[in-house]
Design a protein around this ligand. Structure first.
Ligand code: CP
Ligand code: NVA
Length: 325
């Protein structure tokens, strides 16, 4: 059976570390005018990878298509209007058929069950490009970004040296947070989450996040100031994820006071060198322009890192068939 990447929980700590290290190495090589090793450059030559997206995307689509091209492969982008899925054909039939013709499926769907069903019936690796519960490609890019911003000691044991960094998440408990928190547990960071009442991490997801680690690394509050206390990195995302548009009014009201601002960081007592991250796309309500476009913001390197991260994930899951070294 092929190995799939449905969430960061599918990776061991050494594997997550390797994906980030390989991404960093490809970034350095390619940005300094070098080329990937020959066996990687043409590793997907003659191969097609299907990109089945039922939701919009800028970063995930562009980075994945660009990375596939770097490896010599062909990216076949399939949106709901192009294929029979959902109208004339089931997910089972679609998964079996598409996987009989391509080398991998990169899928952005609504529910986690959909991508899990696809993986169950696919004969080729399925890579989750975002669902309601996970966004692993984002998490790899986020920790690459944190690794670059906080080089640390390099980790004597071959780790990334991120142990002890505090990540504060202020906003909605969503897909991007869930995988970020699982990654944080694996890499030794602590996570403090501030959500409005009624929007906290669902209990089942909390169990998943804390299952591979002592749960002490994760704290939850309804007070943004409390979450950012002593934080090295403040992170947020949209308050209205794709598919939640009909809830917009109620959410805007519930999240009042949760905008990330310089004043919030100062009031709460974030660490002096605190940085800001956001997976994008961004709306003004969740972060001020001052922070988003300011010197503490890592948002554009973070977005660029999506390219280097997906390149590394394709190397591990498609070229090397799930053997991540
Ligand atoms: N961050 C992210 O996944 O962006 P897109 O929705 O544009 O792909
Ligand atoms: N939480 C957002 C992330 C978009 C990249 C969403 O699911 O829409």
């Amino acid at each position: 059976a092929p190995r799939h990447l449905l969430s960061i929980a599918d990776l061991s700590t050494p594997e997550l570390t390797s994906l980030i290290r390989n991404a960093a190495s490809h970034k350095t090589t390619l940005k300094s005018g070098g080329s990937l090793p020959n066996n990687l450059t043409s590793s997907l030559l003659g191969q097609t990878l299907a990109m089945l997206f039922t939701k919009r995307s800028t970063r995930t689509r562009v980075s994945t298509e660009a990375a596939i091209a770097r490896l010599g492969g062909h990216a076949l982008f399939l949106s709901p209007g192009d294929i029979q899925l959902g109208v004339n054909e089931s997910l089972y039939d679609t998964s079996v058929v598409i996987s009989s013709m391509v080398s991998a499926i990169v899928a952005r769907v609504d529910k986690h069950e959909e991508v899990a069903t696809m993986a169950k019936h696919s004969t080729v690796p399925v890579i989750n490009a975002l669902c309601d519960l996970a966004h692993p490609l984002q998490t790899v890019a986020d920790f690459l970004t944190i690794h670059e911003a906080f080089p640390g000691a390099g980790g004597g044991s071959g780790g990334l040296g991120l142990e002890g960094l505090k990540i504060a998440w202020v906003g909605d408990a969503n897909n991007v947070l869930f995988d970020l928190a699982i990654g944080a547990a694996k890499l030794g960071c602590t996570v403090s989450v501030a959500t409005p009442k009624g929007y906290k991490i669902p209990a089942a997801m909390r169990d998943v996040i804390t299952s591979s680690s002592s749960s002490a690394f994760l704290t939850e509050t309804n007070t943004p100031e409390e979450a950012v206390k002593g934080a090295d990195i403040i992170v947020t995302d949209t308050w209205i994820s794709m598919g939640q548009e009909s809830d917009k009014k109620a959410r805007l009201k519930a999240f009042e006071g949760f905008q990330v601002t310089k004043e919030l960081a100062e009031r709460g007592g974030a660490n002096e060198g605190w940085k800001f991250m956001h997976c994008l796309p961004r709306h003004q309500e969740e972060v001020s322009d001052e922070v988003f476009y300011g010197p503490r913001s890592l948002v554009f390197p973070e977005a660029e890192n999506r390219l280097w991260s997906v390149l590394s994930v394709l190397e591990g899951f498609v070229v090397n068939k799930g053997k991540i070294v």
